[in-house]
Write a protein that binds this ligand. Structure first.
Ligand code: RB5
Length: 146
């Protein structure tokens, strides 16, 4: 069990079912989950949802964010435009752990058309279960911020 955190989730229309599965999975682990939608399946625009979740993380309203679209790519790009956000798109648990350990990622992006639910939950567990290592990695992360 990882330390409970406040986690914001969002997606576009391509990832609603997987987002809900992730929300249920992490809520069952004791995390405080804010699923900010969308709640209905109409086609929508991933930049809106990536930014909305990223702003919650950047403001401190959430500790971490998990966002999804079809590939995970577009919504990740949108989130990374918000100051203070470091969002990695991951399709395997190793990358998800390392983007926390070395990059101090505060958001995770997943492609719902790339990975199945079982693998997605393993990716989420790796992300939430890993701490930033600091040290030389902190120096490099500070360089990202400029
Ligand atoms: C929507 O069709 C799709 O473009 C979107 O979910 C995402 O994959 C964009 O990066």
């Amino acid at each position: 069990m990882t330390t409970p955190k406040r986690i914001v989730l969002s997606s576009d229309h391509a990832a609603i079912d997987l987002r809900r599965a992730i929300a249920a999975h992490i809520a069952a682990q004791g995390h405080e989950v804010a699923d900010i939608g969308p709640m209905t399946p109409e086609s929508t625009h991933y930049p809106l949802h990536g930014r909305a979740a990223a702003e919650q993380v950047a403001s401190g309203a959430a500790d971490l964010g998990i966002i999804l679209c079809g590939t995970g790519q577009g919504i990740m790009m949108a989130a990374n435009k918000v100051a203070g956000i470091r969002c990695g798109v991951c399709a395997d648990p190793y990358s998800a752990a390392m983007t926390r350990a070395h990059n101090n990622a505060n958001m995770l992006s997943i492609g719902a058309r790339v990975v199945g639910e079982g693998l997605a939950l393993e990716i989420v567990d790796a992300f939430l279960g890993t701490q930033f290592e600091g040290g030389r990695h902190a120096t490099r992360v500070d360089m990202i911020e400029g």
